[in-house]
Write a new protein. Structure first.
Length: 365
């Protein structure tokens, strides 16, 4: 794999207009991204509307050799059998119109689902796709612990890259295991694509104590820039995905990643102080990926409820938090949870969602 500028455009949280992806807005973002020398775009079969949008905003408007496109195959969402799982590739190819994918991933491997990828013969499938020239490189995205990661990379040594959740807030988090997984990938010599460097946007608006520390060291720098530069400064990083939702976020990211400079010692010390503060935080570490809501029988807006709760925890804004909670629970409240556990099995963050919902119900109802 050739050298690429480290900022990647994550296509999970694209701008919307009346709940429909705003292709015109995305097109402006795509153009700015490419004009500044960046090439890595990341989508997935399960990102609703994303593959279609990137066909219109990127594939139909720019030469195929001017960008690299990644997408993913998910064996436990919308795949009840091997045929359905494998058909995701064909559907992704049709949606994007890309002709081939530069990077193709087995999506969101976790302790309770990774065996599906073997059961459905998907490791062999992606290797065959590569032989056919339909993909250039294959890897997998991962949401579990270092022991399983080591097992998978030992069993599948021809994997060309891995996608891991790494950010300064989760570096020592026992559930996410950012540091431990990073070290396993480095031991196996695998390039790393970083997801959730800004932790679903939460590190773009950290607690006031963290903001004060950052402002003292580098006044005027966006808080998102601290998070992205933190992971981009590490060795072995192929791309750092930022799920940009508007042109302003794009311009901010381009401003410091176009001529990237790794963190200096004073900035590293500021990050360490921020980690200590966040380690003591009681906020719910939800990244708003919405995987939990896909199969919720009660259709509870779990990430939105947690966002309201975090507003109360982090800022003490009970009145505003209550108003936020009421606006997102008109059809289903936190107390409507029937504790089926579907959400917890789908959560990449391994959150005790049922317990958190009970606390939200107690706080707001």
């Amino acid at each position: 794999m050739g050298e690429t500028k480290k900022l990647g455009f994550g296509l999970m949280r694209l701008p919307k207009n009346n709940d429909v992806i705003d292709v015109e807005h995305v097109s402006r973002m795509v153009d700015a991204f490419l004009e500044n020398g960046f090439t890595y775009f990341d989508t997935a079969f399960v990102y609703e509307g994303s593959e279609d949008a990137i066909r219109k905003a990127l594939v139909e408007r720019h030469p195929r050799e001017s960008y690299t496109l990644a997408t993913k195959l998910n064996a436990f969402m919308f795949a009840e059998n091997e045929e359905m799982a494998k058909n995701q590739f064909k559907t992704s190819l049709e949606r994007t119109g890309a002709g081939y994918f530069d990077y193709y991933l087995l999506h969101a491997l976790m302790g309770h689902n990774y065996q599906k990828y073997s059961e459905y013969h998907l490791w062999e499938y992606v290797k065959d796709l590569k032989k056919q020239g339909l993909i250039k490189h294959y890897g997998f995205s991962f949401h579990a612990g270092p022991e399983l990661l080591d097992e998978l990379l030992t069993k599948h040594p021809d994997v060309e890259f891995v996608q891991l959740q790494i950010n300064y807030a989760d570096w020592e988090n026992a559930e996410i295991a950012s540091r431990a997984n990073y070290e396993v990938a480095r031991k196996h010599g695998k390039p790393i694509v970083v997801m959730e460097p800004v932790k679903g946007g939460t590190l773009a608006d950290p607690p006031s104590e963290v903001k004060r520390i950052f402002d003292e060291v580098n006044p005027g720098a966006s808080y998102a820039s601290w998070a992205i530069r933190y992971v981009a400064s590490m060795e072995g990083i192929l791309s750092v995905l930022s799920g940009m939702s508007n042109i302003e976020q794009m311009q901010d990211n381009l401003s410091y990643m176009k001529d990237f400079k790794p963190l200096n010692e004073a900035e590293k010390e500021a990050i360490r102080k921020a980690q200590d503060i966040l380690g003591a935080s009681e906020e719910i570490p939800c990244t708003a990926c919405h995987y939990c809501t896909e199969g919720c029988p009660q259709q509870i807006a779990i990430p939105d409820i947690f966002k309201a709760m975090n507003r109360q925890i982090a800022r003490g804004e009970l009145q505003k938090a209550t108003k936020d909670y009421q606006s997102v629970t008109e059809s289903a409240k936190a107390s409507d949870c029937i504790q089926c556990g579907q959400c917890e099995s789908a959560c990449p963050q391994h959150l005790p969602i049922i317990e958190h919902l009970q606390k939200c119900a107690k706080a707001f109802e």
